[in-house]
Design a protein around this ligand. Structure first.
Ligand SMILES: *[C@@H]1O[C@H](CO)[C@@H](O)[C@H](O)[C@H]1NC(C)=O
Ligand SMILES: *[C@@H]1O[C@H](CO)[C@@H](O)[C@H](O)[C@H]1NC(C)=O
Ligand SMILES: *[C@@H]1O[C@H](CO)[C@@H](O)[C@H](O)[C@H]1NC(C)=O
Ligand SMILES: *[C@@H]1O[C@H](CO)[C@@H](O)[C@H](O)[C@H]1NC(C)=O
Length: 387
C-alpha cells in the first residue's frame, strides 16, 4: 500500500513537472505567436466578414490642394517625348535609387533592352527608371566622393548615355516610396497615357520579357479592362511592432487590415486602371509610406481589385529550371545572376524541351518536385505546377 502510494505520487509529480515545463514553453513562445496569430485572425475577420473598406476611402480623402503636396515635385531628369508617336504596349517603371547604377545597367542589357524587345518580340516596350534625389552632401556614397564628380552629375551623365531616368526632387528613401509610386502614375498620365499597360517593378527583379509580352498581347487582344495582376496579398494586417521596417502607427492607418493589394516587387495594370489610379491620387492622403498598400487604397477607392497570377512572385524567387523558365513572369532577388538567368531563360532550348506531350508531362513532374514542398518555401505556389 505504502509503496504503491509513493509510486503514484512520484508519477503524478513527474506528470505535473512535465505539464509545467510544456506550459512555460508555450507561455514563452505565446507572446510572439500571440501577436501574429491574433492580428491575422482579426484582419481576416475584418477582410472577409466586416469588410468596410469604404470607411478607408472616406476618411483618407483630403482636399485637392492638400493632396497636391504629394505630387508637385520638380523633375530633375525627364523625357517628355519618350512615348510620342509610338504604339506602346507596356510602359515599365523600375523603382531604383541613385546609387544602384549596376542594377540599372544589368537590366538595360538583359530583360529591359528595348532594342531587343523591338527586334525579337516585335512590340514597343518603354523601360524607364523612377528615382528621387540625394539632397545633402553627406548622403553621397563614398565612391562618388572618391571620384570627385558630384553625384547628380553622374546621374546626368548616365542619363545622357541611356535617356531613361525619370527623377523628381524628393529625397530618395524607403519612407518616400509612395511619392515614387505617385510619380509613376502622374508621369504616365501626362507623358505616356496611350500605353496599353503600366508595370511597376523593383530593381532587383527578373522579368521574363518574352513571356510577359505574349501574355499582355493576349490580354490586350481580348480587350480586357479593369486589369490588375500580380502576387496578391489579401487581408494583410498592418504591422504595429516598432521594430519592423513595415511598422505603421495607428494614426496613419487605424483599421485592422489593408485592402487587397499586389506585392510591390512587380505588378501590371491596364491603361484604364492607371488613369483611374492617377485620379485617385489627386484626392487621397498619401502619407502612408508603404507604396503597394497605398496602391491598394487607391484601387479600393476606384473599385478595382487585383487578380492573382501564380507566376508573378512577391518576395519569392523562382527555382532555376527550364520548365519554370517556360512560364515564369517575374522572380525577385536577382542581382548578380541576372545575366546568366536571362541567357538561360530565353534560350531556344527552353521551348523545345518543354513542348509536346512528353515535354509537358516531364515538366509537370519537375514543377511538382520544385514547387510542392511540405514546408514553407518562398517561391511560386504549388498550383503553378499544374498550369
Ligand atoms: C540590346 O540588344 C541589342 C540587339 O539585340 C544589342 O545590339 C545591344 O548591345 C543591347 N544593349 C545592351 C545595353 O546590351
Ligand atoms: C521625403 O521627401 C521629402 C522631400 O524631399 C523630404 O522633405 C522628406 O524628409 C522625405 N521623407 C522621408 C521619410 O525620407
Ligand atoms: C494625412 O494623414 C496623416 C497621418 O498619417 C496626418 O498626420 C495628416 O494630417 C493627414 N493629412 C491631411 C491633409 O489630412
Ligand atoms: C471613394 O470616395 C470618393 C470620394 O469621396 C467617391 O467618389 C468614390 O465613389 C468612393 N469609392 C468607393 C469604392 O466607395
Amino acid at each position: 500500500m505504502f509503496v504503491n502510494f509513493r509510486r503514484i505520487r512520484r508519477c503524478q509529480c513527474v506528470q505535473l513537472m512535465t505539464t509545467c515545463l510544456v506550459l512555460s514553453v508555450v507561455m514563452v513562445c505565446w507572446e510572439q505567436l500571440d501577436n501574429g496569430v491574433v492580428s491575422h485572425v482579426k484582419s481576416y475577420s475584418y477582410r472577409y466578414l466586416v469588410n468596410r473598406f469604404t470607411y478607408i476611402n472616406k476618411s483618407l480623402t483630403i482636399p485637392r490642394e492638400q493632396a497636391r503636396s504629394f505630387s508637385n515635385f520638380r523633375y530633375l531628369l525627364d523625357h517628355p517625348d519618350k512615348c510620342a508617336n509610338k504604339d506602346v504596349l507596356l510602359l515599365l517603371f523600375v523603382k531604383t535609387s541613385p546609387e544602384n547604377i549596376e542594377r540599372r545597367n544589368a537590366i538595360r542589357s538583359t530583360w529591359g533592352n528595348e532594342t531587343y524587345i523591338q527586334n525579337e518580340l516585335g512590340v514597343t516596350v518603354k523601360v524607364v527608371f523612377a528615382l528621387g534625389a540625394l539632397q545633402t552632401k553627406k548622403d553621397e556614397p563614398s565612391w562618388s566622393k572618391r571620384s570627385g564628380v558630384g553625384f547628380q552629375e553622374q546621374l546626368v551623365h548616365e542619363d545622357r548615355l541611356h535617356g531613361d531616368l525619370i527623377q523628381q526632387d524628393f529625397l530618395d528613401s524607403f519612407h518616400n516610396l509612395t511619392l515614387k509610386l505617385i510619380l509613376q502614375f502622374h508621369w504616365m498620365h501626362s507623358r505616356c497615357a496611350h500605353a496599353r499597360f503600366l508595370m511597376t517593378a523593383d530593381d532587383d527583379i527578373f522579368v521574363h520579357m518574352p513571356n510577359l509580352v505574349s501574355y499582355l498581347q493576349d490580354v490586350s487582344s481580348r480587350g480586357i479592362s479593369d486589369f490588375w495582376i500580380g502576387r496578391v496579398h489579401r487581408g494583410a494586417p498592418p504591422i504595429r511592432s516598432k521594430d519592423s521596417k513595415y511598422y505603421v502607427p495607428f494614426e496613419m492607418y487605424q483599421w485592422l487590415s489593408y485592402p487587397d493589394y499586389t506585392a510591390g516587387a512587380g505588378y501590371v495594370v491596364s491603361g484604364d486602371v492607371a488613369d483611374k489610379i492617377y485620379q485617385a491620387t489627386l484626392t487621397l492622403n498619401a502619407s502612408i509610406y508603404i507604396d503597394d498598400v497605398f496602391m491598394g487604397i487607391c484601387a479600393n477607392a476606384i473599385g478595382v481589385s487585383p487578380q492573382e497570377h501564380v507566376y508573378f512572385s512577391g518576395e519569392g524567387k523562382a527555382p532555376y529550371h527550364l520548365c519554370i523558365y517556360d512560364q515564369m513572369m517575374t522572380s525577385h532577388g536577382h542581382v548578380e545572376d541576372i545575366y546568366d538567368l536571362w541567357k538561360a531563360a530565353t534560350h531556344p532550348q527552353v521551348k523545345q524541351r518543354t513542348s509536346g506531350l512528353l515535354g509537358r508531362l516531364y515538366c509537370t513532374a519537375v514543377k511538382m518536385s520544385l514547387l510542392c514542398k511540405p514546408y514553407y518555401f518562398n517561391t511560386y505556389p504549388c498550383k503553378a505546377a499544374f498550369l
